[in-house]
Write a protein that binds this ligand. Sequence first.
Ligand code: SME
Length: 159
Amino acid sequence: MDKQSRYAELISQIEVFANDADHPISVLSNCAAVMKTIFPEEYFWVGFYIVKGDELILGPFQGTPACTRIKFGRGVCGTAWKEQRTLVVENVEKFPGHIACSSLSRSEIVVPLKHNGVVVGEIDIDSTELSTFDDVDRQFLEHAAEMIAPYMAKLAIPL
Ligand code: SME
């Protein structure tokens, strides 16, 4: 299956799991699980960071253990938060201040989750290959982020 088709499948799966009947932690956990299931090779690590005051705290994820706290403006995640935009990093070694949770990560995409115009959390995805993520990933993941943001908002304590 090509990348577009897999993202279409991802969006329809998120529609199923993003629902008000479940606790937001369960929603985020299942969203991380379907992302890893649909992109098992491309997504070495996929998960959520939750805004809590002036830092991001680690939320539900799939992959190796990761940094539990990231300050506003720090690393790729803190920078995407500060700049309120998606960051696609082709080579993490060339990103000043990149925080290496795993030495295997080589490229990364971070998509802010915005609720009523405020960043409440992020989707973070790492790959073991260089230049894994492009504009197709960005567009579909921003769509996924819009669907997930209301649930993240229930957990977040915005800056
Ligand atoms: N690389 C991120 C840290 C989070 S881990 O990739 C899971 C950063 O620089 O903010």
